[in-house]
Structure formats: structure tokens, C-alpha cells
Design a protein around this ligand. Structure first.
Ligand code: HEM
Length: 405
């Protein structure tokens, strides 16, 4: 498969060598800071085409201005979300729901899920989230003066919350962490195998809950009605898989990037430790500066967009890591100001698909940082180690080894 094929309708002067998936030229980034590296696109044109911004061999248009991204994300008629990313890894074609549906079907399923991820629901989960954070961090603190943050804290923390959300027992934690890691960081063999395992698990859980209903998320889904009918097996699977994928690596990566920033900026670390009331506002700035999601849309018709001849079927990338460093949108976008006000960042997307889990995600990140800073003294990145970041639809971070004394 040629990955540098440029379709004939793209003017050569609009083509750039750029990738949010991996190198060339972009990732891994200098000083382990891919966000700073990506911010350089603002020195260039507002839209360009990259044949390298791809995992499946097809390049994308890249929209750099936050205001243009909002135009794309708001216009689902011209820029569709229908892509089946997860299913295509299995050679199948079904949507993750509601993420890969367009209006009007999208709205029907979004309304169904909305109450399950409301601010009120996030508050109900809060004691369990805090209890889990404390248990994990206490264990880390008792074990010594160093830890692998993603392995020992970020992933077990977020997977545990996912299990509680689904109403599943904690003893399956390690299995789920393994699946999540293979899915996100695995090679071309491990990734489809993990996807297959997750689908089989969701299908099996749905069958169980249909037979023996309990008070949990999956029972709600299998009993739910849309337009006067029950959900099909494919719809139940599409929802289950999305909740698994949407909530795991996004929150874990956010916690990882936040702790990496604080490990390198001891003044900010100390400020938040001594004044924890600042953490909620600081998390918004860290979400702005270190967002993780690249959204991709498919053009449903030919359109000229800011001088770019986008043609039906073209992929269009709206990357939150680009929008959030737009100088037309944020004053000094590359300066991290933990007290930044009116921070209307794009970390959770924009338009009809704006993240449904943002309330839960915010609580997880804030509580994770509160408990970490309350229990772990001044920490730095361990000498001789360096975090490894990865690109993709979701940016990730691993080998984040922190040390304290
Ligand atoms: C820091 C953590 C998170 C970030 C940065 C994030 C980011 C995003 C973004 C950018 C979108 C829009 C995607 C698009 O338009 O194509 C989205 C959608 C979504 N997210 Fe999140 N997310 C996070 C955590 C979560 C959590 C914890 C859940 C739930 C358990 C969740 C559930 C969803 C769902 C269901 C959608 C689809 C909404 C729709 O299509 O209407 N997310 N997320």
C-alpha cells in the first residue's frame, strides 16, 4: 500500500510533509513534547494536504485554524463522521455509536446516552473515583520513591472506573488493562486480536444482561428503546465498544501528559500542591495545552474550503492539538498559564459530537491530580529515562517514570 499517494485534484503547492500519526518530521518530538512540535504548523497556511497523516494509507486535509475547525465540525451534512474505524480493523463495517453516526440517527442515540454521562452521574461516581485514586497512589507511595505512572496509576485508574461504570467486578482489571494496551499500543497483529476480544466480551455481556438484567449500564442499553424498538445487536455492540475506547486512553493520556508537565515544572507543581483549589482551573489549561484527540471527517460532496479543493470522499483532519495552539484563538498559546481564564479550548471537540464523557473525564483528571499531589512529594522525571509519546487518532504517552525523595 503506497502511503504517499496524492490524489490528482490536490494542487502540489498545498501538499506538506506532516503527520500526527508518527514521523516523518513530527513525532517523536524533541524533548518528548509532541504538542510543541505540532504547534509549528501555525507558521504555515490555514489548510494543507498531507499524504502522511494516515494509518490506513489515505492522507488527509489538515485544518489549522480553530475557527475553521469549528466550521467543519458543525457541518455534519458536508463533513460526515461515518467511518467505522474500529470495525475496519476487523475487516467489518459497523459504526461506533454515537461517534460514527451522522444526524438524524446520531441525535437519537446521543439523547439515549446523555443521562448516563451527565454532570450529576459524574458526581455520583466521585466517591468511587477518589477511593480508587487513593488506593493506587498509597500503594505506589508505600512501594518506594519511583514509579511507572502509566502502568501503575493512569491505566489501572481509568480502567477501574470504566469497570465500575459498566457494573463489572474489579478482579477483571488486569485483563482489561492488557486489552486496552494491546488495542492502543499493540502491533498490527495484537491490535486486531485485542479488538476481536473486546467485541466478543461486549457481545457476551449483552447476552448475559438480556437474560439476567441487573442495575448497570449494559442492562440499560439492552433494555433501551429507540423509536419504539429495542436496539439491534450491532447497535449494542457499537455503543459498548465506543464507551470502552472513548474513556480509556483519553483520560489515561491526559493524566500522563499532565504529570509529565508538572514533573518538568516544579514551581507549578508546588503551587498546585500548596493550593489545591487551583487544580480544577489548571486542568483546563493542561487540557488546552496537551489535548490528545485528532478528529477526522469525510467530505460528502465537493467543496472549496478556504481555497482548498476538497472533493467528495476526502478525509479532513481537525486536530485538537492544533486548534488549541492557534494564536488567533489564544494569547501566547505556547505558554502554559495555569490560571488562564476564559479558556474555551477544543480538547473535547465541538459541534454535535462534542464529548459526552467530558464531565466524567474532568472529574477523573482533577481527582487524580488532587490525590497524586497530596500524597507524592516533589517529583521529577527519573534521570536516565525519557517519556515516549505516540501519535494517532489519540496521542499517548508511556515510559513516564517519575522519581521523588
Ligand atoms: C480527557 C478525556 C477525554 C477527551 C480528551 C475526549 C475527547 C473527545 C472528543 C474530542 C470527542 C469528539 C470526537 C469527534 O467529534 O469525532 C469525544 C466524543 C465522545 N466521547 Fe470523549 N473524551 C474524553 C473522555 C471520555 C470519557 C471518559 C467518555 C465516557 C466514558 C467519553 C465518551 C465520549 C463519547 C460517547 C463521545 C461521542 C459523542 C458523540 O458522538 O456524540 N469521552 N470525546
Amino acid at each position: 500500500m503506497a502511503i504517499n499517494w496524492v490524489p490528482d485534484h490536490i494542487p502540489p503547492e498545498m501538499v506538506r510533509d506532516f503527520s500526527l500519526f508518527k514521523s516523518p518530521g513530527m513525532l517523536p518530538a524533541p524533548n518528548g513534547d509532541p504538542h510543541a512540535a505540532v504547534a509549528c504548523v501555525h507558521a504555515g497556511p490555514p489548510i494543507f494536504y498531507s499524504p502522511y497523516n494516515t494509518r490506513d494509507g489515505r492522507g488527509t486535509w489538515v485544518i489549522t485554524r480553530a475557527s475553521d475547525q469549528r466550521r467543519v465540525l458543525q457541518d455534519a451534512e458536508t463533513f460526515s463522521s461515518h467511518r467505522s474505524i474500529f470495525a475496519s480493523a476487523l475487516g467489518e463495517n459497523w459504526p461506533m455509536i454515537p461517534l460514527e453516526l451522522d444526524p438524524p440517527a446520531h441525535g437519537i442515540f446521543r439523547s439515549l446516552l446523555n443521562p448516563l454521562l451527565s454532570p450529576k452521574r459524574a458526581m455520583v461516581l466521585e466517591p468511587a473515583i477518589r477511593e480508587r485514586a487513593v488506593a493506587l497512589i498509597d500503594r505506589i507511595a508505600a512501594a518506594g520513591t519511583s514509579c511507572d505512572v502509566m502502568k501503575e496509576f493512569a491505566f489501572p485508574f481509568t480502567v477501574n472506573i470504566f469497570l465500575r461504570f459498566l457494573g463489572l467486578p474489579d478482579h477483571r482489571l488486569d485483563t482489561f488493562v492488557g486489552w486496552a494496551k494491546d488495542l492502543i499500543h499493540g502491533n498490527h497483529l495484537k491490535r486486531p486480536a485485542a479488538a476481536q476480544t473486546i467485541v466478543a466480551f461486549i457481545d457476551e455481556l449483552a447476552t448475559k444482561r438480556r437474560k439476567d438484567p441487573v442495575d448497570d449500564f449494559m442492562t440499560f442499553i439492552v433494555q433501551a428503546q429507540v423509536e419504539g424498538r429495542q436496539l439491534s445487536d450491532a447497535e449494542v455492540r457499537g455503543i459498548g465498544v465506543l464507551v470502552f475506547v472513548a474513556g480509556l486512553d483519553t483520560v489515561a493520556a491526559a493524566i500522563g501528559f499532565d504529570l509529565a508537565y508538572l514533573a518538568r515544572n516544579l514551581k507549578d507543581q508546588e503551587l498546585l500542591r500548596s493550593e489545591p483549589d487551583r487544580i480544577a482551573l489548571a486542568v483546563e489549561e493542561l487540557l488546552r495545552a496537551y489535548p490528545t484527540v485528532q478528529m477526522i471527517r469525510v467530505a460528502t460532496k465537493d467543496i472549496d474550503f478556504e481555497g482548498a479543493p476538497i472533493r467528495k470522499g476526502d478525509y479532513v483532519s481537525c486536530a485538537t492539538m492544533i486548534a488549541n495552539r492557534d494564536p488567533a484563538e489564544f494569547e501566547c498559546p505556547n505558554t502554559i498559564d495555569l490560571a488562564r481564564e476564559n479558556n474555551r479550548h477544543a480538547a473535547f471537540g465541538y459541534g454535535p459530537h462534542r464529548c459526552l464523557g467530558s464531565h466524567l473525564a474532568r472529574r477523573e483528571i482533577v481527582i487524580g491530580l488532587e490525590e497524586w499531589l497530596a500524597r507524592i512529594p516533589a517529583f521529577r522525571i527519573k534521570k536516565g529515562t525519557a517519556p515516549i509519546t505516540s501519535g494517532g487518532h489519540v496521542f499517548g504517552i508511556k515510559n513516564l517514570i517519575l522519581h521523588w525523595s
